[in-house]
Design a protein around this ligand. Structure first.
Ligand code: NAP
Length: 488
């Protein structure tokens, strides 16, 4: 049967399309993994035609993607690209899109379509309504899927409203909500690490784990994104999505099958079990920070209360994790760039080897480094030669850069686009997961927005955040301890 598959990128001239989506599709084409039946239509207002759109994307892919793009391979790939000049606010634009799709699909016995919403979140609803209004979601000639970029809503209520809009046009099984973190190779490796090895499972619980620390830190400041960032802040930008995704993968139960829904349900169960803090309880369980100089950034509102750093303590009230604190932190202008999950294990029940005064015996830590130095570190205790029973921590390490030297780690969007094409929703976010994630952070967002509550604490750019974030762990007898990038 002859099939045509069209990926319509609404917002097809934007930064995401140039930087990530088109380069990912180009790479899949070069690797021979993009079926010949796949076409791509860019949809945006810019005054372009097919030829100038291809040149625009060539330039964007070369200058923004950070990956090599070869002219000959590009020209072959670019034949798949075409452009519809259109405005989401104008129903006639969707008629023009329908005509273009008809022309592309002409002669195919089956015509499948992906609508990728690569527009600003305020345009998600007009885009969905436009697609629905023009009957483009109807599955008369093949399947229809919609990929929705992040952020999905800005709190639980707005996410629910957006969900209603989406579901008025698409069934949940047609909706692919993106958190590109899940498409990262090393994030998927967390699942393999946990569920393709037997030795970790017996210790992966409250009996052996003292605490879990999840860090996603950036060294950059908000820079020229200040105008956007100031209305968003670190909780919406990082915590509600990326950090809670990592929490789900590290804490979830093994699914009973590789079925995408089984995997998605296990992730949702984690968020369901996260103890909900009220705004008042967050006073003791979260710290917000703002780096020195943030208020002087161009585009930041005077006296802004937007946090550029957040740390929080969560508990997962289930049999596996009852009583184990999960500390999450994320910030900009930090001392190091890393995405890391560190499992801190309990100390041995008995100290057999007395250590000299002031010599701290570090407990076992298993750190999973999602980036930038992808790999795993296991810290264990070792006897220093010829120093009595003096113990020092040592590390067993696995690094992608050495174990898979010469192999490129694929871009997250490459995997996610491939999955959307094949209909594998494992690495996309289900509506109920978004809802739970918002319900966890909403009281903190409310608290931070309340002028009566304290402002975010100042911290020095290039530090590891405000002192109160250290106190959050110290109160429980712990300290932040990062193994990934310990050599930077
Ligand atoms: P962007 O650079 O501002 O691009 C927006 C796109 O929408 C452009 O193609 C723009 O083209 C088009 N557009 C705007 N108004 C339109 C209208 N009325 N009708 C039709 N098209 C319209 O934004 P972006 O950075 O690509 O981000 C897109 C989405 O991806 C956002 O939801 C963002 O949160 C998400 N995202 C982006 C990145 C990234 O790396 N950029 C990463 C993660 C998530 P015209 O002006 O020509 O119409």
């Amino acid at each position: 049967m002859s099939t045509s598959t069209t990926i319509v990128i609404l917002g097809g001239t934007g930064d995401l399309a140039q930087r990530k989506l088109i380069p990912a599709l180009y790479t899949l084409d070069v690797l021979g993994r993009l079926p010949a039946s796949v076409s791509v239509v860019g949809f945006a207002r810019a005054k372009l035609d097919d030829a100038s759109y291809r040149e625009h994307m060539w330039k964007g892919a070369r200058e923004l993607s950070g990956q090599p793009v070869e002219r000959k391979a590009w020209d072959r790939f670019a034949k798949r690209l075409s452009y519809v000049r259109a405005d989401l606010a104008d129903p006639a634009s969707f008629e023009a899109l329908r005509a273009r799709l008809k022309a592309i699909e002409d002669g195919a016995e089956r015509a499948d379509r992906i609508f990728y919403l690569a527009v600003s979140p305020s345009l998600f609803t007009p885009a969905i309504r436009g697609l629905g209004g023009a009957g483009l979601a109807s599955e008369d000639t093949g399947w229809r899927r919609v990929v929705v970029e992040k952020p999905f809503g800005e709190d639980e209520a707005s996410a629910a409203k957006l969900d209603d809009e989406v579901h008025a046009v698409f069934r949940e099984s047609q909706v692919y909500r993106i958190d590109h973190y899940l498409g990262k190779e090393t994030v998927q490796n967390l699942l393999v690490f946990r569920f393709a090895n037997t030795i970790f499972e017996p210790v992966w619980n409250r009996n052996y784990v003292d605490n879990v620390q999840i860090t996603v830190s950036e060294t950059v400041t908000v820079g020229d994104r200040a105008g956007y960032y100031d209305g968003v802040g670190v909780i919406r930008d990082m915590v509600q999505n990326h950090l809670l995704q990592l929490l789900c993968l590290i804490a979830m139960e093994p699914p009973s099958s590789p079925d995408p829904e089984a995997l998605r349900s296990k992730r949702v169960e984690v968020l369901e079990a996260v103890r909900r803090w009220s705004s008042e309880e967050y006073a003791k369980n979260a710290v917000a920070g703002q780096y020195d100089g943030y208020l002087e950034e161009k585009g930041v509102a005077q006296g802004s209360r937007t946090p550029t750093y957040a740390a929080m303590r969560l508990f997962i009230d289930n049999w596996r994790w009852q009583g184990v604190p999960f500390y999450l932190r994320s910030g900009k202008a930090m001392a190091g760039k890393r995405s890391e999950i560190a499992i801190h294990f309990k100390a041995p029940p008995l100290t057999l080897f007395a250590q000299p005064e002031g010599h701290v015996h570090a407990p076992n830590v298993l750190a999973m480094c999602v980036g930038p130095d992808e790999g795993f570190h296991l810290r264990f205790s070792s006897k220093v030669p010829d120093e009595g029973m003096l113990i020092e921590p040592e590390h067993m390490e696995f690094h992608y850069r050495t174990s898979y030297a010469g192999r490129e780690i694929p871009e997250a969007y490459q995997r996610l686009l491939e999955d959307a094409l094949t209909g594998d929703a494992s690495l996309f976010i289900r509506g109920d997961q978004i809802k739970h994630a918002w319900s966890i952070v909403d009281p903190l967002l409310k608290r931070l927005a309340d002028p009566a509550s304290p402002k975010p604490e100042a911290y020095a750019a290039g530090s590891w955040g405000p002192a109160a974030a250290d106190a959050l762990l110290a109160r429980d007898g712990f300290a932040w301890d990062s193994l990934c990038g310990h050599d930077d």
